[in-house]
Design a binder for this molecule. Structure first.
Ligand SMILES: NC(=O)c1ccc[n+]([C@@H]2O[C@H](COP(=O)([O-])OP(=O)(O)OC[C@H]3O[C@@H](n4cnc5c(N)ncnc54)[C@H](O)[C@@H]3O)[C@@H](O)[C@H]2O)c1
Length: 347
């Protein structure tokens, strides 16, 4: 793909920081689709030698044996704390490369160059990294922060609508918990425009605005023990829906599950008297325009409640959720009963 603009930010970072060795951990698709970006940025020069570790970006490759292969390469090429890892890809790449950076020699510097919308607004920020472990998604990992995250929206042009919508659900969620004005702008675009018009609205500036909401919460609570949990809005029911679909071997992409989670958790917030009905209706209208909301029969409802009861945010056997009290205002640690969740699917 031809790239019309120069990439000053990553380029100048590389020039100014002068790392002698750089390992580019990359989604192998990006090497093909964005060959020019790769050539411009990662050509050996008198200061820096570049190495590449391409990975197929699938969940089955996001696991420990791939990390071990990467660590072997770092060792073979004598990487140390003065050298850099660049993660070029979506969340699979930044999770895996960030984890390798965290454990190799007790931590070497890394930066993220996200290529998906989800990566740009969410996965590349916040320091959480890791890989899947047996049946546990992200079962191994750490919290270790990138030196920088470079947002280059040109990568979004080659992203499918489905992958784009995956990321957009997290973008909507973040606006709902942290930026009233942005959410109303998004509402206008979603309801008034086609998907391709909407896609063109999501500029670097919007992406950075959303990323800064996440980064603000992360800075206040890096270890995820308090306010950072607001980022889990839509995720308790969303994750349970993902597990339910996995069990039934039906595909449900993460962002679509989060969108349905936002829909149902908004309903819950209203039924608990936390959120005004009018605001709930506006949110649900936006979500429904872009995403199918799965309806559940009785046996699916009981499996869903089983998965929700196992959620890691629960305390002393009590379900705790992150909800919103108004558009733009997230809250966390809200106790919710099983009866309240059951009632969501009844009426
Ligand atoms: N660490 C965190 O805070 C965090 C947060 C959310 C999600 N995640 C993790 O992120 C992962 C999902 O990441 P994701 O959704 O960003 O994408 P991904 O890395 O799973 O990639 C999704 C697909 O998009 C393709 N792709 C990537 N960039 C592309 C581009 N520019 N053009 C065309 N195709 C492209 C990939 O090859 C792949 O087929 C999950 O493993 C999830 O657990 C981590």
């Amino acid at each position: 793909m031809k790239h019309p603009s120069p990439y000053n930010t990553l380029q100048s970072y590389l020039e100014n920081s002068n790392f002698r060795k750089v390992m580019v951990v990359c989604d192998e698709r990006i090497l093909q689709l964005h060959e020019e970006f790769v050539r411009i940025h990662f050509a050996d020069n008198q200061h820096t030698q570049f190495f590449f570790f391409p990975i197929p970006a699938t969940e089955s490759h996001k696991e420990m044996s791939m990390v071990m292969q990467l660590l072997d390469q770092l060792l073979i090429h004598h990487f140390d704390k003065n050298h850099l890892i660049i993660n070029l890809g979506g969340g699979i790449i930044s999770d895996l490369g960030g984890f390798a950076a965290a454990v190799y020699k007790r931590g070497i510097p890394f930066v993220n160059v996200p290529t998906t919308l989800l990566g740009m607004v969410d996965a590349a920020h916040g320091g959480k990294n890791g890989v899947n472990f047996h049946h546990l998604k992200n079962g191994l990992g750490s919290i270790y922060f990138p030196q920088q995250v470079f947002i280059e929206p040109l990568f979004l042009y080659t992203l499918s609508d489905q992958e784009w919508l995956n990321g957009f659900a997290e973008l909507l969620k973040t606006a709902l918990i942290g930026d009233t004005e942005l959410w109303y702008k998004l509402e206008l675009w979603v309801l008034g425009e086609s998907l391709s018009q909407l896609r063109s609205r999501i500029s670097a500036q919007v992406i950075k605005q959303v990323a800064s909401i996440k980064n603000g919460l992360v800075q206040q609570d890096p270890q995820d023990r308090g306010v950072r949990q607001q980022l889990n809005f839509g995720h308790t029911i969303g994750h349970a829906l993902e597990s339910l679909h996995l069990e039934k071997e039906i595909e449900l992409p993460h962002g679509f599950a989060v969108a349905a989670g936002i829909y149902y958790e908004t309903e819950l917030a209203t039924r608990k008297g936390i959120l005004e009905t009018n605001q709930k209706k506006r949110i649900q209208r936006v979500v429904q325009k872009l995403y199918d909301i799965p309806q559940l029969d009785l046996s699916e409802q009981s499996r869903l409640i089983h998965f929700i009861s196992q959620d890691k945010k629960n305390k002393n056997g009590e379900i705790h959720m992150s909800l919103i009290s108004e558009i733009g205002k997230g809250i966390h640690g809200v106790p919710v009963s099983i009866a309240e969740i059951e009632s969501l699917f009844r009426e």
